[in-house]
Design a protein around this ligand. Structure first.
Ligand SMILES: C[S@@+](CC[C@H](N)C(=O)[O-])C[C@H]1O[C@@H](n2cnc3c(N)ncnc32)[C@H](O)[C@@H]1O
Length: 214
């Protein structure tokens, strides 16, 4: 058996054993990632109809589907903007920017869409392409976390919230200390749907306090 088919065999048998992957398939969800956001939302009450949400790292669209369901109803000025260089499965009311956050194209399009209105919630499930080198991968993951925090500081309205994927390792403590300078409260959590063998965790920060000028 080739190396590639061995690893896809491992992936398949893990999917079959994984209760959240089975639930995602039986409920017709885009991906099992859906359940992670659902668990964060239930615990921290992140979502309600009418919110303005910026979602970074949205492809293939598991979180997007959940967000569309939760933001439904009288939209009353609500908005969902998704950013990812890969294609995102999204409904007609969702704005998809097919570009990498941090590049000029994504920035210009976001500025044109959001204008002065900002958002109430920034979500980031961004993850780098893993090289297998732990030091390199951790540095790339922390760079994406920095981009997400920059997005929150730029686009969040006062009192807003963010939830950002991180990988436990070098840089996380310093990053959390930076987050606490901008939010009333911040915690690191691991949703039940996040695989136990993965270093993946989420930082949930609430009560954004914008920097005052001067
Ligand atoms: C774990 S997947 C996201 C899964 C998604 N939340 C879902 O529920 O389907 C990570 C995504 O981060 C995206 N990503 C990586 N760097 C990015 C960047 N700079 N800007 C936007 N998306 C990025 C990748 O393209 C990938 O689609």
């Amino acid at each position: 058996m080739s190396k590639r088919s061995k690893s896809s065999h491992r992936w398949l048998s893990r999917q079959r054993r994984d209760p959240f992957a089975r639930r995602a398939a039986s409920e017709g969800q885009v991906s099992r990632a859906h359940f992670k956001l659902e668990q964060l939302d239930r615990r921290f009450r992140l979502l309600r109809p009418g919110l303005r949400v910026l979602e970074l790292g949205a492809a293939p669209g598991g979180w997007t589907r959940y967000l569309e369901d939760r933001l439904q109803g009288p939209r009353q000025g609500g908005l969902l903007v998704c950013v990812d260089p890969r294609p995102v499965t999204a409904g007609a009311d969702t704005v998809v920017i097919e570009a990498a956050y941090g590049e000029a194209e994504a920035d210009e399009r976001l500025a044109a869409i959001l204008g002065e209105a900002g958002v109430d919630l920034v979500l980031s499930d961004m993850a780098p392409n893993m090289s297998g080198n732990r030091t390199t991968d951790q540095a790339r993951a922390m760079h994406l976390a920095d981009l997400a925090l920059d997005a929150a500081c730029r686009w969040l309205n006062p009192g807003g919230a963010m939830a950002v994927k991180l990988f436990q390792g070098a840089g996380v403590d310093a990053w959390m200390a930076e987050v606490r300078k901008h939010f009333d409260k911040a915690r690191l959590v691991k949703p039940e749907a996040s695989r136990s063998e993965s270093r993946e965790v989420y930082a949930v920060a609430q009560g954004f306090v914008p920097e005052t000028e001067g």
